[in-house]
Write a protein that binds this ligand. Structure first.
Ligand code: NI
Ligand code: NI
Length: 137
């Protein structure tokens, strides 16, 4: 196990009560575990503000299968960025709607720009990009 440092945290009893309720709900074993996760989550958010940070993640889209030429348009973007689009999963949600999940990796700026090119295609009803850091220390 890595060396750990202990430190004290002072906060209002009401806030602590809320925090304990939250960590019970989330299933953490201890306050320390919960605080560690919060700090990690926040530091990941910070590093994602660096546009050159290497990241990996998923772009989830829902699109209208009947929109004009949409399948070709989507595949064109993916081929143009084949180094960043690692895998796709496709589900036919119903007669007209498709759900597609794309696994993407690369620098923040590249992954964001691919997501923008895809979600702005006419017929894409919703798109959500979720990324995480590629390297953790
Ligand atoms: Ni292809
Ligand atoms: Ni489909």
């Amino acid at each position: 196990m890595k060396r750990v440092v202990r430190f004290g945290v002072s906060l209002e009893p009401e806030l602590l009560k809320k925090f304990d309720k939250l960590i019970r709900k989330k299933g953490y074993g201890s306050r320390s575990e919960a605080i560690r996760d919060l700090i990690r989550d926040e530091t990941v958010k910070q590093t994602l503000e660096n546009e050159n940070e290497p990241v990996a993640g998923t772009l989830t889209i829902v699109y209208d299968h009947d929109a004009s030429n949409i399948t070709n348009k989507l595949l064109d973007v993916q081929h143009r960025h084949h180094k960043n689009v690692l895998s796709t999963m496709h589900l036919h949600l119903d007669e007209h709607n498709c759900l597609e999940v794309l696994v993407v990796a690369g620098k923040v700026k590249d992954v964001q720009s691919i997501a923008d090119s895809i979600t702005s295609i006419k017929g894409v009803k919703h798109g959500k990009l979720t990324v995480t850091k590629k390297r953790f220390d």
